[in-house]
Design a binder for this molecule. Structure first.
Ligand SMILES: Cc1cc2nc3c(=O)[nH]c(=O)nc-3n(C[C@H](O)[C@H](O)[C@H](O)COP(=O)(O)O)c2cc1C
Length: 248
């Protein structure tokens, strides 16, 4: 089946960015935030004039999101408020998904009681660092995400692409739900939080314990908080451009 998203009139196209930034020297590591960042209301962005070059994120912003950001293995005592979790969702929801399907669902465990219910599903090596985090997010997806498509992708019968085709619906939910989990990690970093993503757990147990009522399926976990980098091991290498990329 061909999913023709082009059949729908989308919003006004945004001009492509100009030539990318030339990366400058990498400054020192970003200083750890000591207090919970207080999200402020952000005004609606003003649309750019046609042909305007978009300013790249500066080197400090790139550090915050990528170069200085580390997976967290330990946590300071700083809490994460529900307001921050709302700000986190308001950022990550803007990341693109196919047909705007937005299949990811997020279960935030913020109380000791809720986090304890995870214990028996976690791999041995993941228990301590997960339960010590201020918040653990179960990144899940709704297998019936397509029921929202008349609202999320109006103007075409996108629901009909998936209803009755369980394999296509699950592949679409998993692909886009995973992307949205990635957006969650980057949005959390943008808000000054640290993340400990984790797939070392029993998905079926987590689904039975937390997600039965909603009918959602777990994908992976993300522990959220402020990192205690005393527990972070040295950075492992990454593949070089020449190893991982081809130019055609
Ligand atoms: C989807 C996913 C699953 C992961 N699962 C685990 C896990 O079960 N246990 C663990 O200790 N680390 C886990 N990690 C952490 C990775 O090992 C870590 O992000 C990677 O080594 C890069 O570390 P860095 O961000 O500090 O460079 C996972 C990361 C991702 C993105």
């Amino acid at each position: 089946m061909v999913l023709d998203e082009s059949a729908v009139a989308g919003p006004t196209p945004v001009p492509a960015a100009g030539p990318g930034p030339v990366p400058g020297p990498v400054p020192g590591p970003v200083v750890e935030p000591v207090t919970e960042p207080v999200p402020e209301p952000v005004p609606e962005p003003v649309p750019e004039p046609a042909g305007a070059a978009r300013a790249p994120l500066d080197a400090a912003g790139q550090d915050l999101l990528f170069r200085a950001a580390r997976t967290s293995w330990g946590w300071t005592g700083t809490d994460v408020t529900d307001e921050t979790l709302r700000a986190l969702y308001d950022l990550l929801k803007m990341g693109p998904t196919s047909a705007n399907s937005s299949p990811a669902r997020f279960m935030f465990l913020r109380t000791s009681w809720a986090k304890e219910r995870l214990r028996s599903a976690l791999s041995e090596g993941n228990i301590e660092k997960t339960l010590a985090a201020p918040v653990v997010c179960i990144v899940a997806h709704d297998p019936k995400f397509y029921e929202e498509l008349p609202r999320l992708y109006p103007g075409v019968d996108a629901r009909g692409w998936f209803a009755g085709n369980e394999a296509l619906a699950e592949a679409t939910a998993f692909r886009n739900g995973t992307l949205q989990g990635g957006y969650l990690i980057m949005a959390a970093r943008a808000l000054g939080l640290d993340c400990g993503p984790m797939s070392g757990f029993d998905n079926d147990k987590v689904d039975r314990e937390f997600l039965v009522a909603q009918g959602w399926r777990s994908n992976f976990l993300v522990a959220l908080g402020h990192a205690d980098h005393g527990k972070t091991p040295g950075r492992a290498p990454r593949l070089s451009f020449d190893e991982a990329c081809r130019l055609l």
